[in-house]
Each structure stands twice: as structure tokens, then as C-alpha cells.
Design a protein around this ligand. Structure first.
Ligand code: F0G
Length: 343
């Protein structure tokens, strides 16, 4: 076992001084989803790339091993990012691994519990901004011009280099390109990275990028000043790599669409019903695909589709526990238990 830089270094455009700061990220499973495929009804062959199985529970670790390894190689001591949560946890973990300090700016009150806990556990300095992710990103970009800190948001090109590896893994596991790749889009780094990775290997799956309907600037064609969605990971109104994402979707023969919060939560439930629990944002790609299929805008008969599920369900426990009644309680009594189960 090794990390992604050791495995794919010759395919990644990284400076020679780059170190190898790794938590053995990547190598995530591509899980066949036959029941969900049958339910969707389009005659497709469906796989989930389960990125929640990375060391900090999201795909961000692929980019962070590259960005932190590059920063470490030039002696950086402090890294900074703005985040809806997953980037923060990942930056904190890889900075800890490298012996660096991490500062993370998050939108106040809008980061899921598992992500905030992760950033704190790995020892980052966490700062809440009384504003949105977009406001926080503006602040860290400015600060990184004024202070000796390295920015590790996906504006940093090395993040994309690392994230390309997911495309390589899919090609290797399937033995070729899928016909379609669907995935959530927030700050638009990941869809851009996949396209770079596929192109580098001469593969051309069509890309279906999916934003949350309340945070869909790339669908609306304009910035969203007050983005709102249950999928807090992609609650972003001014994606830094928006132009690049639109170009990638178009070049691939695909598109970027929006899915409602209701559709996203319904897809989260359907995925969990087949044993794959993902955070809400991670269900957005498939929610968009399901919408396109049911509206007759996609013909996937006999097609191979990969859905990227970007983060683990454990990241956002409250989206589940906040909606459920407390589980039933029985006394320590077999009869009482049997009566309860018979109901
Ligand atoms: N899915 C999850 C779980 C995410 O955390 C993110 C982004 C995305 C999808 C979208 O990826 O931004 O490359 O288009 N999270 C960032 C963060 C913004 O701060 O953790 P993208």
C-alpha cells in the first residue's frame, strides 16, 4: 500500500521539490448498484465511486495530499483554506501529518457536525465567518497574498492534480471509460479535475455535473448571493472554477443541471437502502441523473454510468437524526420485546 503520489507521480504535474505527505488516501471502491439501477429504469449499468472511504471521509484527501506535499516541499509552515467542511477536515489532517499549522474559515453555523469535529480533532484553528463560503474564500485569498501562508483551496492547481487520480482509478477498475460520470458540483474543482484526468488518458465520458437548486449559479448563469441547501457541502454561490467546469461539461458532451433538496434527500435514502450511506451533497449527482432520466432527457439503455459519491454519511449525522423520532425503548423483558416486534 502507498499513497496516491507514490502511485501516480509521473502522471501528476507537481514540482520536483514536492514531498510525499500521505495518509494512504485513494484506492476507493467502485461499487455496483444493480437495485438502484433497476429502480431508475433506464437499462443502465450503475456504479458508485465511494469517496467517503478516504482517510478523512471525503474525496478532498486526494487533492490535499498533493497540495500539502507541495507546500511542505517549499518549507511552508501554515496553510489556510475556506471550507464548507470537508476541505477543512482534510487540510487539518494533512497539515497535522506534515507538522504544519492549519487555519480554516467556515461559514458560521453551516458546517455539518462530523466535518467541524474533524477539523478540531486534527488540531486546526477554526474560524467562523459571519457570511457565506464565498465570503470566506474571498478573505483567505486576500490573506494569502499578505501573509506567509499557503492557500489549499482548489484554486491551488496541485489540488486538481491530486484529484485527477480518481479518474485514473475508474478507468483502471472498469478497463475503460464509463459512458457518463455524474457528480455534485460546488466550487467546481472536482468536475474540472476529473475532466483533466480523463483527457490525460484519452478517455471522454460525458459529464453530468449537479448543483443543488438553491445554489445553482452554473445553471442560472449568474452568481447566487444567498445560496441555501440541505447539502451544505455545495452551498456555494460563486464557484471559483465555474468557467472551467462549464467548459468541461460542454466539451464532454454533457451538462450541468440542478436537483432539488427533496430529490437529493430522497436519493440519499435510496443509496442507503442499498448499503451506501453518503452525505446529502454526495447524493446530488445521482439525484440529477434520476431527474434527467425520468424527464426523458437521457437515454442510458445499455450504458455504463459512474456516480461519484464524494463524502461519507457520517459527516452529517444530524441530517438523519434531526428528522427522526427517538428509537423505541423496552424494559429488560423478553415478553415486552416480543410484543413490540409483533406490532
Ligand atoms: N461533495 C462534497 C461532499 C463536498 O464537500 C464538495 C465540496 C463537493 C461535493 C463539491 O466539490 O467544490 O470541487 O465542486 N466541498 C468544498 C469544501 C467546497 O469546502 O469542503 P467541488
Amino acid at each position: 500500500m502507498s499513497g496516491l503520489l507514490a502511485k501516480y507521480r509521473t502522471w501528476l504535474d507537481l514540482p520536483a521539490y514536492t514531498l510525499d505527505i500521505t495518509l494512504h488516501e485513494g484506492g476507493t471502491p467502485l461499487i455496483p448498484m444493480p437495485r438502484l439501477a433497476a429502480e431508475l429504469g433506464g437499462g443502465l449499468e450503475l456504479y458508485v465511486k465511494y469517496e467517503g472511504l478516504n482517510p478523512t471521509g471525503s474525496f478532498k484527501d486526494r487533492g490535499m495530499t498533493a497540495a500539502i506535499s507541495e507546500a511542505a516541499g517549499r518549507g511552508v509552515q501554515t496553510v489556510i483554506c475556506a471550507s464548507t467542511g470537508n476541505t477543512a477536515a482534510s487540510a487539518a489532517a494533512y497539515a497535522a501529518r506534515a507538522g504544519m499549522k492549519a487555519i480554516v474559515l467556515i461559514p458560521q453555523g453551516k458546517v455539518a457536525a462530523g466535518k467541524l469535529a474533524g477539523a478540531v480533532a486534527y488540531g486546526a484553528q477554526v474560524v467562523q465567518v459571519d457570511g457565506s463560503f464565498d465570503d470566506a474564500l474571498g478573505l483567505v485569498v486576500e490573506l494569502s497574498h499578505r501573509q506567509p501562508v499557503a492557500l489549499v483551496n482548489s484554486i491551488n492547481p496541485y489540488r486538481l492534480e491530486g484529484q485527477k487520480t480518481a479518474a485514473f482509478e475508474i478507468l483502471e477498475t472498469l478497463g475503460g471509460a464509463p459512458d457518463w460520470l455524474c457528480l455534485p458540483v460546488g466550487n467546481a474543482g472536482n468536475i474540472s479535475a476529473y475532466w483533466l484526468g480523463f483527457q490525460q488518458r484519452g478517455a471522454r465520458p460525458r459529464l453530468l455535473g449537479v448543483q443543488a437548486a438553491g445554489a445553482a449559479p452554473l445553471v442560472l448563469g449568474q452568481a447566487v448571493e444567498q445560496p441555501e441547501t440541505v447539502a451544505t457541502a455545495i452551498r456555494i454561490g460563486r464557484p471559483a472554477r465555474g468557467e472551467q467546469a462549464l467548459a468541461a461539461a460542454e466539451e464532454s458532451g454533457g451538462r450541468i443541471v440542478a436537483a432539488s433538496d427533496t430529490a437529493i434527500l430522497a436519493m440519499q435514502t435510496r443509496l442507503a437502502a442499498e448499503g451506501v450511506w453518503v452525505e446529502p451533497a454526495s447524493a446530488a449527482g445521482l439525484a440529477g441523473l434520476a431527474d434527467e432520466l425520468s424527464a426523458g432527457r437521457l437515454d442510458l439503455q445499455g450504458r455504463r454510468v459512474v456516480a461519484v459519491c464524494t463524502g461519507h454519511g457520517l459527516k452529517d449525522p444530524e441530517v438523519i437524526t434531526g428528522r427522526m423520532a427517538a428509537p423505541q425503548v423496552v424494559p429488560v423483558d423478553l415478553g415486552a420485546l416480543e410484543r413490540l416486534l409483533a406490532d
